[in-house]
Design a protein around this ligand. Sequence first.
Ligand code: NAD
Length: 295
Amino acid sequence: MANVAFIGLGNMGGPMAANLVKAGHKVTAFDLVAASRDQAKSDGAAIADGSAAAVKGAEIVITMLPAGRHVLGVWNEVIPAMGKGTLIIDCSTIDVESAKQAHALAAKHGMASIDAPVSGGTGGAKGATLTFMCGGEDKAFAVASPVLENMGKKIVYCGGAGAGQAAKICNNMILGISMIAVGEAFALAEKLGLSHQALFDVASTSSGQCWSLTTYCPVPGPVPTSPANNGYKPGFASNLMVKDLTLAQDAAKAAGAVTPLGKHAQELYKAFDASGHGGVDFSGIIQHVRGLAPK
Ligand code: NAD
């Protein structure tokens, strides 16, 4: 078991740190928000006065923060305070460029680093069933992997620095687009007088089959556990989908890739968000799609 510093104890980081405590690691944690620190304390973590204090004596440092600028800010603060040979892992979803800068910063100070964004949402964070997508040197991945296994059920090595973030945004671009496609199909079926269940029964066993349909069906009924059955309570909020599709568009621009459906999906989720639905599960985009029909 390791001495682990955990910085960023929000909706994801809080339960992830709690799972490390449960697995027997000695966790020292910090967040800017007092309520998150209090929760981590009651979950069994030691609370430090700040990020730099949290990493003293740690063998592994984990960050779970909102965006690239937060990660670079915290890494700039903690790396000089870390002992030699410490591994630093960022599990946040951030832009590929910031992830590469973070790796370069760690390398400059002789520290090993991994970018390891997750999929699986808050349920996966609580249940320790997250998927981790990892980028960095394979030696660093070998050290990170057993600790990540205490917070997730699938740990995938994707390649060099930033490859985890690249995998995350490509995956979520598929997800954002496919959820709109499934929503459009149900909206069309409604106009054609085809029942939700009939479309589901056909498409879920035909070539239209995908996760957005069979696990996360955007209409109530066919998949009782999907957010559509619970007033579109997230789940995965639409504003987080906007964030990930924007990261995908930024990466596409920087890399010279053309992603017309990714761009259109970003615009649709942005419009849904702007109409006051940012906190609604992203599968609620079907409501926006229905609303585009002429009255
Ligand atoms: P969150 O806003 O709930 O938590 C982020 C935490 O970071 C907050 O508690 C905040 O106080 C803390 N923080 C910010 N700056 C800090 C600093 N300088 N020092 C210490 N703490 C600081 O967000 P979340 O939902 O936990 O998501 C975290 C990351 O995981 C994001 O990058 C998000 O995109 C990604 N993610 C979220 C989900 C999800 O379903 N919520 C799913 C997959 C990935």
